[in-house]
Write a protein that binds this ligand. Structure first.
Ligand SMILES: Nc1nc2c(ncn2[C@@H]2O[C@H](COP(=O)(O)OP(=O)(O)OP(=O)(O)O)[C@@H](O)[C@H]2O)c(=O)[nH]1
Length: 880
């Protein structure tokens, strides 16, 4: 990238004639109206061009400030800007490439291991640098060894690959050698380093803005002693005696002549204190003196070139279109600095003064008679390094007779001393008579106009143009250069981050494409799941409940018939021990029967475990079917043995019943285990049967039929009446009993006859003995029936412990409750997994959507930045 090269007056004009050329006299613009007119036009063109460039550049800087400030905010608030690094891998540079396109490897400072193959589109460095990145056609992300390219200085020819203004120094101090440094820097740290860099750039842009818009320009007028510097300044001001002049060396210190307009029109002198920075608004930085004392102060023999400079505010004589002010040329306000004449003491100070950045032009005044003295040559040699072009005024030209020889000799010297100045000699070297202009003009009379020497007018125009050209070089050029490089950096940053945003958006989209359908499927499945889980729970519970109840009812039926509720290992009815042991016999029968009921309970529990196990498997199956494959399945293992353990098993119950069951331990319940007389001989039962059969004694079978519904009603419609009554019918003795009762009833009729009363006594005795004998004989069979019947009616009617619910129902409910509990747990677990899966995917969807939005926004933003860069580049619009 080359710095801005504005057109100089030299470019406007034709190639100057050589000093020895016959046409030189003409082209040196002495007394030639046509050439002077051309020169003025050219100077005006320079002025216009400067104005246009200045305005465009100021606008471009302002736009850059806005864009960069915005980028900085975006970096902090919306997006973490990644810092790219481009490098050429081995083989990439050897690939055939189209002009302006180059394959590069792109990495980011926070992630040096992930490399992307990209194509760098850049304009040749000679012109305004323009860069953009696109992914290489065979784009692939490769993992490479962290390259040390970021911690080495890039060769100059790789400038297109690197940042200049926004370049981050990621390898400071002792960390320079630390290989892991780059990779250890996090995205946010790099982003904040970048933020600092942007902030610094914003400051610099603001400084450039001030410089570009600064209307002040300083012209240093120096030269040999007595060369006519002060006279030249007076002539430029059209003031006869502003700066003191004399035949002998006079000026002893630097005197800056400034338009009084900058001092509210007051003509006065500011003497700088020479220490702090001069600030016209701060009176502590200078002292004020009267303009009348100027001569005394400027020629004070006690002062020298090192004395603090003075600022003299003066009014110019008159201003009109034909005679524009030198101090105000419409774009910049020029101040003229009258320097002490050069001698051994002042050379160095003046050369240093001339090097100051604020000095846009050095006007070197030579006496035509003396040409360049040794001091003059030394100064030009010293100052020439900084100011390649000098504005040379060969003064007192009127005093020279052989003007051509003088000119030739002076130009020859210039050619040696300052070749660049010699190149533009037609505009930069002027042979004039300042005294005539200075003395010819007075505030009273109009000495300007036709009388003014055309050569001097040409000098004035050239000087104005030269000031602008130099300002363009010293102020606009660097500013434009800076903005151009900044734009290229921002463009590279935006381009690389566009790639990042595009990729992130694609990743987010892919994630959404993957997760969204799964989430939908999950949500749909969840609705069906709820229904299925309820069904599974109901089915298992209902089944277990029904089967338990059936088993319990059947068991009780058997007990009511004097049998065990179910054949149980280790349980059997005891053998009859004889009449004397009936009591113990009844007790043992009762214990065994109760234990057998417990056994039925335990069988029902085992059955419920199996049902639950199947139900839980169904729930698991349901989960397998509806849950996405990547969701972790339940880690709960169903342990059927753990069912029905909420209530600790009663040791007493187990010992008493002798059955290894977790049932209720009925035998341990005193109210059940107690044996009563009715268990041995249930006379109330027999009488109730007898009574109930009396009305229909003619039909025993009918009476037994009638009993069934009444008993059935008594037990709440359980349909157990026939079973209970079966205690008798099953014995096979029902007819014998009935015959006996019938006989007894017939006997009473017989006793009513007087004849039979005689033998009735013995007969009754025999009958009673027989009955007793019969009862005693029947005890081994009737006791189990009596005991069983009592247990059955106890449990059927009142349940346990006086509970309202009959025993079979209570058991069924207990088992059902347990099954429901387990099924609910399994369902809850599955629901939780579903909820977790839905939540997790919902979160992924939310995050991916946010990322997609963010990346989309960033992409749009960076595309906008790239467009803005283009716009500003056009604004900079400097002709290249
Ligand atoms: N004839 C003629 N005399 C000139 C010209 N320029 C300056 N002088 C005279 O030369 C003398 C010195 O001029 P100054 O302007 O004081 O010179 P200077 O370079 O400012 O002097 P110091 O600053 O003291 O070094 C004065 O008497 C001027 O009148 C000129 O172009 N023609």
């Amino acid at each position: 990238m080359q710095p801005y090269q504005p057109r100089t007056p030299r470019q406007v004009y034709s190639v100057p004639a050589a000093p020895d050329s016959p046409s030189y006299e003409k082209e040196s613009h002495i007394g030639v109206d046509h050439a002077a007119l051309e020169a003025r036009e050219a100077a005006d063109a320079v002025l216009k061009e400067y104005e246009a460039n200045q305005a465009r550049l100021a606008k471009a800087i302002e736009s850059s400030l806005y864009m960069l400030g915005d980028l900085r905010n975006f970096n902090g608030d919306q997006w973490t800007i990644r810092y790219p690094s481009l490098r050429t891998e081995a083989g990439e540079s050897s690939l055939p490439q189209r002009p302006g396109m180059a394959r590069r490897t792109l990495t980011f400072a926070d992630e040096p291991a992930a490399a992307h193959k990209v194509v760098l589109n850049s304009t040749p460095a000679r012109r305004s640098l323009k860069r953009s990145l696109t992914l290489a056609p065979a784009a692939e992300t490769t993992t490479v060894e962290p390259s040390s390219s970021l911690i080495t200085t890039r060769p100059a020819e790789q400038a297109a690959d690197d940042f200049s203004i926004l370049r981050l120094d990621l390898n400071l101090g002792a960390a320079r050698q630390a290989k892991g440094l780059i990779s250890s820097l996090e995205k946010s740290s790099i982003s904040s380093l970048l933020d600092n860099r942007i902030a610094a750039s914003l400051d610099h842009l603001a400084l450039l803005q001030r410089r570009v818009q600064d209307p002040h320009s300083r012209v240093l007028v120096t030269g040999d002693l007595n060369a006519g510097k002060s006279t030249l300044i007076n002539a430029l001001l059209r003031r006869r005696e502003v700066m003191p002049t004399d035949q002998q060396p006079l000026t002893t210190r630097f005197v800056e002549v400034v338009s009084a307009k900058e001092n509210e029109g007051r003509e006065e002198i500011h003497i700088l204190d020479g220490e702090g920075k001069y600030d016209p608004a701060d009176k502590s930085t200078y002292s004020v003196d009267s303009i009348d004392n100027l001569e005394a102060l400027a020629t004070d023999m006690d002062s020298d070139a090192s004395a603090p400079p003075m600022r003299v505010f003066v009014n110019e004589a008159r201003l009109d279109l034909t005679n524009p002010s030198i101090l105000h040329n419409g774009v910049v306000d020029i101040s003229l600095i009258d320097a002490p004449g050069l001698n051994r003491d002042s050379i160095k100070t003046t050369a240093n003064f001339a090097r100051q950045e604020e000095i846009d032009v050095v006007v070197f005044v030579v006496s035509a008679a003396n040409h360049f003295t040794l001091s003059a040559k030394e100064f030009i040699w010293q100052a020439g390094h900084e100011k390649a072009h000098l504005f040379i005024v060969v003064n007192r030209f009127d005093q020279i007779r052989d003007k051509q020889r003088c000119r030739r000799a002076v130009l020859e010297q210039i050619k040696q001393l300052s070749p660049d100045t010699y190149e533009d000699a037609a505009d930069l070297v002027h042979f004039v008579d300042s005294a005539k202009v200075a003395l010819g003009c007075s505030e009273e009379e109009d000495a300007a106009g036709d009388e003014l020497d055309e050569a001097f007018r040409h000098l004035e125009h050239s000087l104005r143009s030269f000031v602008l050209v130099n300002r363009a070089k010293s102020k606009l050029g660097p500013a434009q250069n800076y903005v151009t490089h900044l734009l290229a950096d921002v463009e590279l940053l935006a381009s690389a981050n566009s790639l990042v945003a595009t990729q992130e958006r694609e990743v987010a989209k892919a994630e959404l494409d993957r997760v969204k359908p799964v989430l939908e499927q999950l949500k749909k499945g969840k609705e069906g799941l709820e229904e299925s889980l309820v069904q599974e729970e109901e089915a298992a519970t209902e089944l277990a409940l029904t089967r338990t109840k059936t088993a319990m009812v059947r068991g009780l039926e058997r007990v009511g018939q004097g049998e065990l509720a179910a054949p149980a290992p280790g349980l059997e009815l005891p053998s009859y021990p004889g009449f004397l042991g009936v009591w113990d016999y009844a007790k043992e029968v009762k214990r065994v029967m109760l234990a057998s009921i417990d056994f039925v309970s335990s069988l029902a529990e085992a059955d419920a475990r199996r049902i639950t196990s199947e139900g839980v498997s169904q729930v698991t199956e349901l989960g397998n079917k509806l849950l996405p494959a990547d969701v972790v399945r339940t880690d709960r293992v169903f342990n059927p043995a753990a069912m029905f353990t909420a209530r600790p098993p009663s040791k007493l119950a187990r010992r008493t019943s002798g059955v290894n069951t977790l049932g209720l331990g009925l035998a341990s319940r005193p109210q059940l285990a107690e044996v009563s007389l009715s268990d041995i001989f249930d006379y109330t039962h027999h009488i109730s049967i007898a009574r109930s059969s009396l009305p229909s004694s003619s039909s025993a079978s009918a009476s037994s039929q009638a009993l069934i519904p009444s008993f059935g009603a008594e037990v709440g419609g359980l349909g157990l009446a026939s079973l209970a009554f079966g205690a008798f019918t099953m014995s096979g003795k029902v007819f014998g009993v009935r015959s006996f009762i019938d006989g007894a009833l017939g006997l009473s009729d017989l006793l009513a006859h007087p004849m039979t009363r005689k033998w009735a006594g013995p007969v009754v005795g025999v009958f009673a003995l027989g009955a007793v004998g019969y009862v005693v004989y029947e005890l081994p069979r009737s006791i189990p029936r009596n005991v069983g019947r009592h247990i059955q009616s106890n449990l059927l009617l009142t349940g346990l412990d006086g509970e309202e619910t009959p025993y079979a129902d209570a058991q069924a409910q207990r088992v059902g409750k347990e099954v429901r509990k387990v099924m609910r747990l399994a369902a809850w677990d599955l629901r939780e997994r579903f909820r977790g899966a839905v939540d997790a995917r919902g979160e992924v969807v939310r995050e991916s959507e946010a990322l997609e939005r963010k990346a989309g926004k960033a992409l749009k933003y960076f595309e906008g930045v790239e467009r803005k860069v283009e716009e500003i580049r056009e604004q900079v619009g400097v002709k290249v």
